[in-house]
Design a protein. Structure first.
Length: 259
């Protein structure tokens, strides 16, 4: 199986000179976390939600709003690109490795498609229960935790999202894209002198996404892949008797593919 058989060809892109506000608007509108960046219609790099969250939350950038930043200022340029003729089994080897999780498909310097983890989910056919692959150690935050605390946990542990608990019950989830959107909104709403205070005081409950798509750990790995595809989510918190017992991500599921 070749990349051209599974890649997404209807691609949402931005130009490197487009505003970061446009990037965030597109992420929010289409429920995506990564967007290819072009320059004169040639592939330039990738902009990701975690880089945006870092840039907007860092002290030295606090005076700048999203409308004044260009896509190029948050673009990762050292990105592996693949050919449409590449074998899918070769790209599966890199699943879970550090770096962007979207692979641009380039032919003659032109971006013709992308491969995301969602594009690979239909290849998941394993019938074992999620119990067998779930992450049992799950980092969580509470409603009244500060967003900067949640962000610190995510960076330290190299994770993309955190379940939000209230009295041990799952009430929300927070990820880089929610944080990036919240930081951008806050920087637009408050004057420079007040931004630091409001950034520091921003709470998880003000930013989190709810309701949460979740599952029981007894469903099959392949059914979980279909659920993630249908709901467009990158992870599933796993509940038993309303208690959070684990978590699976798209990466966990993709590692079960045998080709």
């Amino acid at each position: 199986m070749k990349v051209k058989e599974i890649m997404t060809t209807e691609i949402i892109t931005v130009d490197k000179d487009d505003s970061l506000k446009l990037v965030l608007d597109l992420m929010k509108k289409y429920g995506i976390t990564k967007i290819p960046v072009t320059e004169e219609k040639k592939f330039f790099g990738l902009v990701t939600d975690n880089v945006i969250a870092y840039k907007l939350g860092s002290i030295r950038k606090r005076a700048i709003t999203a409308s004044r930043l260009h896509a190029s200022s948050v673009t990762e340029k050292e990105v592996t690109v693949i050919s449409p003729e590449e074998e899918v089994k070769n790209i599966l080897k890199s699943v879970g490795e550090p770096g962007p999780t979207m692979l641009p498909v380039v032919e003659k310097e032109k971006l013709i498609g992308v491969v995301t983890k969602a594009d690979l989910l239909p290849l998941v056919t394993n019938k074992n229960q999620l119990h067998s692959i779930m992450q049992k150690k799950v980092y969580t935050v509470s409603l009244d935790d500060r967003v900067i605390h949640a962000r610190r946990i995510m960076i330290t542990n190299n994770i993309a999202r955190l379940p939000v608990l209230e009295e041990k019950k799952l009430v929300g989830i927070i990820s880089d894209v929610e944080i990036a959107l919240a930081f951008a909104s806050l920087k637009k709403s408050f004057s420079l002198g007040k931004q630091k205070h409001h950034l520091d005081e921003l709470l998880v409950k003000d930013v989190m996404r709810t309701p949460v798509v979740w599952s029981n750990p007894s469903i099959s790995i392949s059914d979980a892949a279909q659920l993630m595809l249908k709901q467009n989510v990158g992870a599933l918190p796993l509940l038993e008797n309303d208690k959070l017992v684990g978590m699976v991500t798209r990466t966990d599921l993709l590692k079960t593919i045998v080709m």
